[in-house]
Design a protein around this ligand. Structure first.
Ligand code: PGA
Length: 270
């Protein structure tokens, strides 16, 4: 995993937005995997700014969201469909028919989940998956103990997640207990992942994800098996990482490589 540590969440989100924008410019019909929650908000704000000020066009982009609460329709203010409309889709030139969020009111979730997976395949797979991480180390709603080979399906929320999300619903008792979520296996099939985490309350999850063993108890740790993950963290979220000096060395080398200054690395150039 490539680890990038920025001073604060705003700088980290701008960095993440550059990754997304580079892909959208290089491949205007790319497929983006999108996340909800507080983590990607500043990233989405920056993408909206790039659309408005720099002409970044999403006209041919297709999107798939990670998850949705069961029982909430698109008009519910806490539904993830509503979140996406409010924080990204309504402010950019994306074709609404190309935006996909699991249906929290599907009548038959097994069928709906299979169809969602098929739709991702039919679109050519996800080029770049944006991910937050739960304080219990989950990605999407793959709670501790989820199979690392899991596919899109119904999932019960863990008590830690219900507590974390109670603030949005005005109390723990109002948080839905079930969600439909892409599986860890689904996420691992995306071509590239961008993992974001901000704040000291994420530090233990980030440490376990990046430097801990691969375990279903921290489903984000399965990303260690993915061949192209970029983790972008702010200082507090990176606070418990042990190999920070090495990550900084890798970033220095990376920027020298990108600027064509290979001599500085002690390498011959021809
Ligand atoms: P957050 O949630 O972005 O609101 O912290 C992340 C998650 O639970 O995946």
């Amino acid at each position: 995993m490539r680890v990038i540590i920025e001073s604060d969440a705003e700088a980290a989100s701008r960095r993440a937005a550059r990754f997304v924008a580079d892909l959208v410019r290089r491949k205007p019909d790319c497929v983006l995997g999108l996340a909800t929650g507080s983590t990607p908000l500043a990233l989405y704000r920056e993408l909206i700014r790039m659309h408005r000020d720099d002409g970044l066009s999403f006209a041919r982009v297709t999107t798939f969201n990670l998850d949705e609460y069961v029982g909430l329709g698109p008009a519910h203010p806490q539904s993830y469909r509503h979140f996406m409309q409010q924080h990204l889709f309504d402010a950019i030139n994306i074709d609404p028919t190309r935006t996909n969020v699991p249906d929290g009111r599907a009548l038959e979730f097994d069928t709906h989940s299979r169809q969602y997976e098929q739709k991702i395949k039919d679109a050519g797979g996800i080029d770049l998956q944006i991910l937050g991480i739960g304080s219990d180390g989950h990605i999407a709603f793959n709670e501790p103990g989820s199979s690392l080979g899991s596919r899109t399906r119904l999932k019960s929320l863990a008590s830690e997640t219900i507590r974390d999300n109670a603030r949005f619903f005005g109390g723990e008792d109002k948080v839905p207990r079930l969600a439909v979520t892409m599986g860890v296996g689904t996420i691992l099939e995306s071509k590239r992942c961008l993992l974001l985490a901000f704040g000291a309350h994420k530090a233990a999850a980030v440490r376990d994800t990046v430097e801990g063993p691969i375990t279903a108890q921290v489903t984000a740790s399965a990303l260690q098996l993915h061949r192209e993950v970029v983790g972008i963290f702010d200082e507090p979220a990176a606070g418990l990482l042990k190999r920070r000096d090495y990550y900084a060395d890798v970033e220095r080398a990376q920027s020298l490589l990108e600027s064509g200054q290979l001599q500085a690395l002690g390498m011959a150039t021809k």
